[in-house]
Design a protein around this ligand. Sequence first.
Ligand code: SAH
Ligand code: SF4
Length: 409
Amino acid sequence: MTATPPITPEAMPIPRKLPQADHKNLVGLTRPQMHDALIAAGTPEKQARMRVNQVWQWIYHKGVRDFGAMTNLAKDYRALLAEHFTIDLPEVVSRHVSADGTRKYLVRIAGGHEVEVVYIPEEGRGTLCISSQVGCTLTCTFCHTGTQRLVRNLTAGEIVGQIMLARDDLGEWPEPGRAPKDETRLISNVVLMGMGEPLYNFEAVRDAMQITMDGEGISLSRRRITLSTSGVVPEIGRTATEIGCLLAVSLHATTDEMRNKLVPINRKYPLDQLFAALRAYPKLSNSERITFEYVMLKDVNDSDADARRLVKLIQGIPAKINLIPFNEWPGAPYERSDWARIQAFADILYKAGYASPIRTPRGEDIMAACGQLKSATERSRKNRFEIAAEAGLPQPERIVRRPDAPDVH
Ligand code: SAH
Ligand code: SF4
């Protein structure tokens, strides 16, 4: 059965809620963190475990945002919670629906920064593509996000909040006692393939994914979460042991020389180091296979020789190769490979025994396709100062480059 997302208007401006500085947001706290926070707010230690269970279910299983609605808690305790905490999600600034059903949400986080979240409905599944950072400190030359200078790590709450707000929009909080199975859910899969390099924000991503996988809440299995990295080698082992989700790697080239140009982090962690970490991943995480993402750039990385080198490189690793036709953006220095070339490339991989689906570009008309995420942010940034003025907020911070950004230009 394929569920259909509800049809609603194209753009949905929602007034900004001012953050309550003296209230702690419960969204994004891990169970132990919530436990400590409830005790600090006056919950008797002996009750804390039970209270965490109850509040957790209300927030992550039922999608409730109002402490007053938590009917299995005594009125006094609900009041105590409301006095100390909030249940806050990032704010949806606009939502666009593509002709192909893809939805792109522009989401504003504290400080006025914005990230994008993309929902891709497909036959029998629905994938939510979430962001881990505002912008990206890496500068892959084919990626629009990489041209954005502003970078800030998202908090765990802002990461899991993206899943929760998409569930709100899709009307997908389960009825009590009727939790849908993964495969019948509108959001059956989550991919960390939006803006940012998730492994440069490891702890927040880990906590958010642990909350997402928790069986008492959103309860998505770890095999339905895919984290995509450009190859932050030191964190790959931790991803296996501390998250255990599926891994995708933005490979895009088969020699160090070319990968240095396309994915500059390769200068720090070249192919031999990357592949040593990848070879250990399946065993460490007990997952079946690694996805290799490969963007098809005309006359750059799309020859038969590249395809053959790719086969050699991944030999012995249980793998799937995702060929991504390059998605153009204004000013991009590359072109998309011709269709016949992409198919010839795929054919070589297929004959070598690899599944190599060619990713159909989705949501191109709304700039929601891979690597296009940025423009809506940039557009809206033009009037961010106006937005702040209208909402009676302090003027947003000026754009700064993260001081610890790697020197990989
Ligand atoms: N930073 C992580 C997560 C982003 S995932 C990473 O790089 O893996 C987004 C995927 O889209 C990556 O594989 C990225 O390399 C790819 N991509 C970036 N720009 C693209 C473009 N213009 N066309 C097609 N794919 C692109
Ligand atoms: Fe960052 Fe990934 Fe884009 Fe590279 S491809 S600039 S790592 S978001």
